[in-house]
Design a binder for this molecule. Structure first.
Ligand code: SF4
Length: 412
């Protein structure tokens, strides 16, 4: 087989990496300017955006080292039985690409993953070599996110964190049954064992850094994981429960939810259609509810239906509020931060602004209008100095009034 050019392999390996959502911006529409109108495109491969530990949005070169793979995960376009064009980079080629993109100011870092060639440990060594060479040979100070392979030797997984800012291991599917059915070469105890070791190494390194100025850093941006949504029969309730257990046990920075996309030559065990993208969005909202809004998993699960699914037409915070009408209205001038965070339509910034503003005077609806996006949508749930929603919260048609076409924006 003739060796493809770097540009051809880059096209293949950037395209193959697009299914990993761990650094993608989801929920946005795809745009392009191929018709000569406008400028820019959302369709280019190879560069994605992620948030750095300091909150900046940065551009990353997002590629696979290779899309050859000895595993046969049914949902994956790169599985060994898939009929796709294959390509491979050497670690040196990825280093050169990263440096040349970086020097041209196209990127601020690298997101590197890989199919598994020869063995998990062999592949992991190659991934580590890219990161090591960038850091040691070229003093690369940009951001590096390495996907790690749970089946690789423990010592290799731990070495990855010495060079990378963030490491991640995908749990892939929310349930063990789903994993056994759709990724027969993978094993959930191996995945969780590797996540546990990374979590311990991160905690130890933080402790050492607190005590010794020159202690080696280990994945300072933490670890993350990804779950595929809609490829198996797991309900939203199961997904939320699993994510919460992963956050608690392995101190993850993020769990990413990736709506399953049908792939060419798909296996017969997969659904024919992708789940609604809104499902992925609702899961992210429920994730935020738990991590930033003080809801428990049990609270979020109360917003699910008999099948354990979150509503798609309204967001989970509004769904919870509609089932807990007895907790509303909330007095904007007296309620605790925790109670304010439960009001549909109030985000963390708006709540902080309310707490600050009410120190100086009692807030009226006009004041709230300046601090939030849409005061009209808050009205059924709040009391202000000049507003009390007489029985609005008890209306039987409240849900339909608040649902789309004018969907409430609850996480402002
Ligand atoms: S291990 Fe599974 S998910 Fe990863 S590249 Fe191979 S087939 Fe795809």
């Amino acid at each position: 087989m003739s060796r493809s050019s770097v540009a051809e392999r880059l096209e293949i390996l950037a395209d193959a990496a697009k299914y990993d959502a761990s650094c993608a911006s989801s929920g946005t529409s795809r745009r392009h300017s191929r018709d000569g109108k406008g400028l820019g495109s959302m369709e280019g491969m190879g560069i994605c955006h992620a948030y750095a530990p300091d909150g900046r949005c940065i551009s990353l070169l997002k590629i696979l080292l290779t899309n050859h793979c000895i595993f046969d995960c049914h949902y994956c376009v790169n599985r060994k039985s898939s009929n796709v064009r294959r390509a491979r980079f050497t670690p040196g080629e990825v280093v050169d690409l990263t440096l040349s993109f970086y020097r041209r100011n196209y990127i601020e870092g690298l997101f590197l993953s890989s199919g598994i060639v020869k063995s998990s440990s062999h592949t992991m060594e190659q991934l580590i070599e890219v990161a090591r060479s960038l850091r040691e040979d070229h003093e690369f100070r940009g951001y590096i996110h390495l996907k790690t392979i749970p089946e690789a030797d423990a010592e290799l997984i731990e070495r990855a964190g010495l060079w990378a800012d963030r490491v991640s291991i995908n749990v892939e599917l929310p349930t063990d049954t789903g994993l056994a059915q759709l990724a027969p070469d993978k094993n959930s105890s191996q995945i969780e064992g590797a996540m546990g070791r990374i979590g311990d190494a991160i905690a130890q390194a933080r402790d050492s850094c607190d005590r010794f100025r020159h202690a080696p850093r280990f994945a300072p941006a933490g670890q993350s994981t990804q779950m595929i949504v809609g490829a198996d029969g797991a309900s939203d309730g199961q997904i939320i429960g699993r994510a919460n257990s992963l956050y608690a046990r392995f101190r993850l920075r993020r769990v990413y939810y990736s709506a399953f996309s049908p792939i060419p030559d798909a296996s017969a065990v997969l659904p024919l259609r992708r789940p609604p993208l809104m499902r992925e969005h609702r899961l992210y909202q429920s994730d935020w509810q738990i991590r930033y809004y003080g809801f428990s998993v049990g609270d979020v699960l109360k917003a699910t239906d008999a099948e354990g699914m979150l509503p798609l037409d309204i967001d989970p915070k509004l769904a919870w509020a509609l089932r807990h009408r007895q907790d509303f209205p909330v007095d904007i001038n007296r309620a605790s931060r925790e109670a304010l965070l439960r009001v549909p339509g109030l985000g963390t910034r708006a709540v902080a602004a309310i707490l600050q503003a009410r120190r100086h005077h009692r807030l009226r609806l006009d004041d709230l209008a300046r601090l939030t996006r849409s005061v009209a949508k808050l009205r059924p749930f709040i009391v202000t100095a000049d507003w009390r929603p007489t029985r609005m919260i008890d209306r039987l048609d409240l849900r339909s009034r608040l649902a789309p076409p004018r969907q409430m924006e609850l996480f402002g």
